[in-house]
Design a binder for this molecule. Structure first.
Ligand code: XUL
Ligand code: CO
Length: 437
């Protein structure tokens, strides 16, 4: 049975196409900088938004039209949804998908039943993966929706919530391994606080670190080789999320001796909520060898929350792909569309339009980034800007052969510094715009 009977496998038709069900830039087999677009971009569909999103918001219930949904929370519905998902992903031509445990299988009456049901769905996912060649980019556990996690999971004031979360993550890692997942993600969920009047901040941080150490131990015990990823986010649902941005996460991981076991899954709308550009977060993470994967979406410049919109901003996608190319690719990571349709876009076909647009925006961004790198104009200006560090006193400082006494002697003899040169911001912005076509 086809769930999207009117949609063909999405073809690549080239930049001049006006067919809304075709790619204009994403040509999976096209080679850029020696690798295919598919290899560079490693797109993934997010199960939660695409197959569980209803369009509900604080002002009204879901209004998404999904003819295959029967309104139940039955196992049969979970299994049918797997067929829907694989038809959608197959027609779209994405190589990967991502899930939370509770997206793919609802909870049963108790943990044992929940796990049993999850196993049944995982078995079907495994079959469909084998049949289609679509793979799991990452799994994760939903430790934030159920009321038992109202005060957080590993940072809850209730030790039982920590224990339940541990059991749930243990199972989610096992399922990820079973499906050959190449990463496993930890997004903080409700790990954070609203008021210090009821929060022992240091104790909660210690518990978060303890939890992650236990996860690392378990990963080694079962021989799961996927990359562990932390996904920073500064606010929502709590006022102060503990994993607020890449730098805060880096400090946390270093403080607790976890930095060798994790990388970051950086999300565009989380970066902007933290008051950073996505390019800043990516460059920070990448500089320290910590950029593992990307949740590709965008926010709204006028709205202060996580709108999780599909990425369409070429300026942004080009910057993202520049960071990715500059570090030689994402390794086991990929570009996961952690993005949802607007409530007003309620028809199934909108799911295709949204993903096609996102994939094209990133393929186009990849071409722009590759063109910038080929010309090397911006990079050349950057290298030139730091030339004073490549020889003379700069090289001595970097090499550790200078100290305050030698630097004083040098400056006393010289009298004052070599004059500064212009930062050329406007010129550089104009040059970047040359490539946006
Ligand atoms: C929440 C968010 C999550 C994570 C996975 O803002 O981004 O969906 O990606 O838990
Ligand atoms: Co995300």
């Amino acid at each position: 049975m086809a769930f999207f009977p009117d949609v063909p496998t999405i073809p690549f038709e080239g930049p001049d196409s006006t067919n809304p069900l075709a790619f204009r830039h994403y040509d999976a087999a096209a080679v850029v900088e020696g690798k295919t677009m598919a290899e560079h971009l490693r797109f993934a569909v997010a199960y939660w938004h695409t197959f569980r999103g209803t369009g509900a918001d604080p002002f009204g219930p879901g209004c998404a039209v999904r003819p295959w949904e029967d309104g139940s929370h039955s196992l049969a519905m979970d299994l049918k949804r797997v067929d829907v998902a694989f038809e959608f992903m197959g027609k779209l031509g994405v190589p990967y998908y991502c899930w939370h445990d509770r997206d793919i299988s609802d909870e049963g009456a108790n943990l044992a039943e929940t796990n049993k049901r999850l196993d049944t769905v995982v078995a079907k996912l495994k079959e469909k993966q084998a049949e289609t060649g679509i793979k799991l980019l990452w799994g994760t556990a939903n430790l934030f929706s159920h009321p038992r996690f109202v005060h957080g999971a590993s940072t809850s004031c209730n030790a039982d919530a920590f224990a339940f979360a541990a059991a749930q993550v243990k199972k989610a890692i096992e399922c990820t391994k079973e499906l050959g997942g190449v990463n496993y993600v930890f997004w903080g969920g409700r790990e954070g606080y609203h008021t210090l009047n009821n929060t022992d901040l240091r104790r909660e941080f210690d518990h978060l670190a303890k939890f992650l150490h236990l996860a690392v131990d378990y990963k080694k015990t079962i021989g799961f080789t996927g990359q562990f990823l932390i996904e920073p986010k500064p606010k929502e649902p709590t006022t102060h999320q503990y994993d607020s941005d890449c730098a805060a996460c880096m400090a946390f991981l270093k403080t607790y001796g976890l930095d060798q076991d994790f990388k970051f899954n950086v999300e565009t709308n989380h970066a902007t909520l933290a008051g950073h550009t996505m390019a800043h977060e990516l460059t920070y993470a990448s500089s320290y060898g910590m950029l593992g994967s990307i949740d590709a979406n965008r926010g709204d410049e006028l709205i202060g929350w996580d709108t999780d919109q599909f990425p369409t901003n070429l300026y942004q996608t080009a910057q993202v792909m520049l960071a990715v190319l500059n570090q030689g690719g994402l390794g086991s990571g990929g570009l996961n569309f952690d993005a949802k349709l607007r409530r007003e876009s309620f028809e199934p076909i909108d799911l295709f339009y949204a993903h096609i647009g996102g994939m094209d925006a990133f393929a186009h961004g990849l071409k722009i980034a590759a063109a910038m790198r080929a010309d090397g104009v911006v990079k050349g200006m950057l290298t030139k800007r730091y030339a004073s560090w490549d020889a003379g006193v700069g090289a001595e400082i970097e090499a550790g052969t200078a100290d305050f006494a030698t630097l004083e002697k040098y400056m006393l003899a010289k009298g004052d510094i070599t004059p500064n040169t212009s930062g050329r911001q406007e010129l550089l912005e104009n040059i970047v715009n040359r490539y946006l076509r």
